[in-house]
Design a binder for this molecule. Structure first.
Ligand code: ATP
Length: 344
């Protein structure tokens, strides 16, 4: 099976080809091709209108590159005919103007090749790519991305949100701080570099029940820099505080569900310190931890194509007439058709 995936919820105009003999589990013969054109704001953070302009220019090119790749794979396999079995696209959550371009492109390609369309929830794709590549059965998943932060567990046919941010997404909080100190977007990698040179500076630690809040930390971090605390120390304090909060809630989710597997997803998941803290926590409780490669953590169409293939194999396709985007699409709204309801 060969599925084309299209992603474009915010900054990544991305198209991918995922080819597999068995969409239900990772195999040695799986093949993933990803072509991404990233939007980089000249100043400030992600501007929805500029991001949509970028999407409009970049999506046709990355999609045509992926289709050309699918044709090459088909030719090499001696196939002649349509090079893809289905088109999967990120239906939400994300920026509406960007999602509309992705939806339009996906519908056009599905019609051009007369193949089914699969509407993928971007957050579920962030976690399913880790489940798929780890081979884990039923992990707790931590999504630490730009616009979101969720801890999820699967029960009775849905990914249940066990904990989530009460205000801003975790990456967005970091990026707002770095904008304040004048660093270009994205701020996460810069905070990671500078934190290595800093001493811990205390910031508010806010976990309420199973939920977390980042906006107070962001304000306190900005204030600390304005008060003359070295920026390296504030970066170190932000990492230690935010990642300890994410680790605490992930640990409680493991304890609550009885799961012994944890999967990480999302762009902030590329951070070595976060991965280290989660790995250590899992090690201490005898749980397994898995973080996919960086190219599958940040936004990418590979995860959309991969989950698209699994959904397509389960018959979970969407008619073009019902394929509207949903900028507030929550992961717990997705009926998980590709896993049995009896699985927990
Ligand atoms: P979402 O997936 O919720 O829609 P998003 O579209 O912003 O979020 P992602 O690619 O998941 O995209 O995450 C991007 C975020 O990851 C940015 O906020 C960026 O600063 C952050 N980030 C990237 N690398 C690192 C790093 N090494 N450490 C911390 N944060 C990082």
């Amino acid at each position: 099976m060969r599925v084309l995936g299209i992603e474009g919820t915010a900054w990544a105009a991305s198209a991918a080809v995922f080819e597999t003999p068995d969409p239900a589990r990772a195999t040695d013969d799986d093949h993933v091709f990803i072509e991404t054109d990233a939007y980089a704001p000249e100043s400030g953070g992600i501007h929805p209108r500029e991001a949509a302009e970028h999407m409009g220019e970049a999506i046709p090119t990355v999609v045509e590159t992926a289709i050309a790749h699918a044709r090459e794979r088909a030719a090499a396999a001696g196939e002649n005919g349509v090079p893809i079995d289905a088109v999967a696209f990120a239906r939400g959550p994300g920026l509406g103007p960007c999602l509309r371009i992705v939806g339009t492109a996906a519908r056009a390609v599905a019609q051009r090749f007369d193949v089914p369309l699969v509407g993928v929830n971007h957050m579920v794709a962030h976690l399913e790519v880790g489940r798929h590549r780890s081979g884990f059965d039923s992990p707790v998943c931590l999504n630490a991305s730009g616009a979101n932060a969720h801890v999820l567990g699967y029960r009775n046919g849905r990914y249940r949100v066990l904990g989530e941010t009460m205000d801003t997404g975790v990456g967005n909080a970091i990026d707002k701080f770095t904008r304040h100190v004048g660093w270009s977007h994205p701020g996460g990698p810069k905070v990671e570099r500078r934190a290595r040179e800093g001493e811990y500076h205390e910031l508010p630690y806010v976990v309420k029940g199973m939920d977390f809040s980042f906006s107070g930390i962001m304000s306190a971090a900005k204030q600390a820099v304005d008060d003359g605390v070295p920026v390296e120390d504030v970066c170190r304090g932000m990492e230690e505080t935010i990642f300890a909060m994410l680790t605490e809630v992930s640990e409680r989710a493991l304890s609550l569900t009885g799961a012994d597997e944890l999967v990480l997803g999302g762009g902030v998941g590329q951070n070595d310190r976060l991965q280290g803290m989660l790995a250590e926590m899992c090690d201490q409780r005898g749980a397994d931890f898995f973080a996919p490669e960086d190219r599958f953590l940040r936004d990418n169409a590979g995860m959309i194509a991969m989950l698209g293939a699994t959904m397509y194999a389960a018959g979970d396709t969407v008619p073009i007439a019902d394929s509207g985007i949903d900028s507030n699409f929550r992961p717990d709204e997705v009926a998980v058709t590709w896993r049995g309801p009896e699985e927990s």
